[in-house]
Write a protein that binds this ligand. Structure first.
Ligand code: GLC
Length: 440
């Protein structure tokens, strides 16, 4: 690619090398030292162009965190003494299904593992691919079954999430709006009222290296912590959690990624001549159908939904575009989403795609998942656009994504209006997915 100097590729390679921990890659030095689930999947998608064996290791290392009930946790903690507090905050050992030799969280993250498995598989010879799929198949089947068993208890097709971190889009407006409206404990409301957030900020690790106005607020972080405590009190036992289901959402981003992951899982099973466990195929089909119940004809957008009441959470966010990645909506719907991407009042910013449409009251160009452009979301959208045959739009978005990285560096996220960098520098998935886009 002549207009992209080889230096960009070289720089991306050195970001990954810098964050390489041997069997996994940390998302960013200092800020994110552990292994994150969907990060490792995105990272493997880039690593496969450099070293297929290392990409496999990245993905295989996620298996050490898998719970005996099939759950893959969003974080596998390092065991250094330095990170005792992180491990203690979660105490995964409270749940009998947690692995005994390693500490993890008690929640998951969007299921990107099937995608990473297939992408690595693409680079292998047919016999090697079969071997590789054979290694990953049990992990994937257990994980997908866990999602349906535990997270779709009414068998309605959509899987629910119990913590904002499970969506991967931590402080995305639909979830934060719900938190503010329904779930802010009194002690947090008082801290907010008495403006004591400065006190909380003194103890934060993230804002030591990142400007405060680029991270979630102290109140949001306390709210997330309070949900975490609640889950921990119930030892991450889903029956006990749902018994008093105060906060469970069928998240749009998560379910779209699940639909795509199911398609990939089918492909893997087919190549292995394996039959998916009885009932799983039916549940997978149900999810595709259920996605349509997240469409709101009035505003012509997709939304996440409250698990109990089935109320759509009509606060706009980039998740509305993710059905493109799911790949099961009609071509007309897809074309409508493409219009939203191109519309200057919605997602058509100079450096797209903003995580919140620019005309939303929630839009803040540098604030984490409340406005900035993220490379992983662009990657998902580009992939969806291509599968729907919107090649020109996919190419344009790819160029814009590479441009912003070239202009500003391998940052965690970018201001969609100016392209300025924000969040952590030397961020692994930005580097890995840039490598993948440069190789497409
Ligand atoms: C942030 C992101 C999350 C990611 C993690 C590690 O928490 O919101 O999606 O997995 O960082 O990079």
């Amino acid at each position: 690619m002549p207009e992209n100097p080889p230096e960009l590729l070289q720089q991306a390679v050195s970001v990954l090398a810098m964050n390489d921990q041997g069997n996994y890659t940390q998302p960013a030095h200092h800020l994110y030292p552990h292994q994150w689930l969907w990060d490792s999947c995105f990272i493997a998608i880039g690593l496969r162009h450099l070293d297929l064996e290392r990409a496999k290791t990245e993905v295989l290392s996620l298996r050490r965190g898998q719970w005996h009930n099939g759950m893959l946790p969003n974080i596998i903690f390092r065991d250094d003494r330095e990170y005792r507090t992180d491990r203690n905050m979660w105490r995964s050992w409270l749940n009998p299904y947690a692995p005994s030799n390693i500490t993890t969280t008690g929640i998951t993250q969007p299921p990107m593992l099937a995608e990473a498995t297939v992408r690595i598989g693409e680079g292998l010879s047919p016999p090697e691919r079969r071997l590789w799929y054979g290694m990953m198949y049990p992990t994937l089947v257990d994980y997908h079954q866990w999602m349906y068993n535990e997270r779709d208890p009414h068998q309605e097709g959509l899987v629910l999430q119990i913590h904002p971190w499970e969506t991967g889009l931590d402080n995305t407006p639909p979830w934060i709006a719900e938190l503010h409206d329904h779930l802010m404990p009194l002690w947090i409301r008082l801290i907010e009222k008495w403006r004591l957030d400065w006190l909380i900020n003194l103890f934060r690790r993230d804002t030591k290296s990142i400007p405060m106005d680029q991270r979630f607020s102290a109140i949001e972080s306390l709210a997330m912590f309070s949900i975490q405590l609640r889950l921990r009190r119930k030892a991450f036992d889903i029956d006990r959690i749902l018994d008093h289901a105060l906060f469970s959402i069928e998240d749009l981003n998560f379910n779209c990624i699940l639909i795509r992951a199911n398609t990939q899982l089918r492909e893997i099973a087919k190549l292995l001549h394996a039959d998916l466990p009885p009932g799983l195929e039916k549940r997978m089909k149900q999810t595709e159908k259920a996605l349509e119940s997240l469409w709101d004809p009035e505003t012509a957008q997709y939304y996440s939904r409250d698990f109990i009441t089935h109320r759509l959470l009509k606060t706009p966010s980039v998740a509305t575009l993710l059905p493109l990645y799911a790949g099961t909506i009609s071509k007309e719907r897809a074309a409508h989403l493409v219009n939203l991407i191109e519309n200057k009042h919605h997602f058509g910013a100079l450096f797209p795609v903003p995580s919140v449409p620019v005309d939303s009251d929630w839009f803040h160009p540098k604030l984490y998942w409340q406005g900035p452009t993220w490379v992983n979301i662009n990657w998902l959208i580009i992939d969806g656009l291509k599968r729907y045959g919107f090649d020109e739009q996919a190419e344009k978005l790819k160029k814009k994504t590479i441009e912003v990285v070239k202009k500003s560096g391998f940052y965690e996220y970018f201001d969609p209006l100016t392209g300025e960098p924000a969040g952590a520098n030397h961020f692994s998935w930005t580097a890995a997915l840039a490598i993948d886009l440069l190789n497409q």
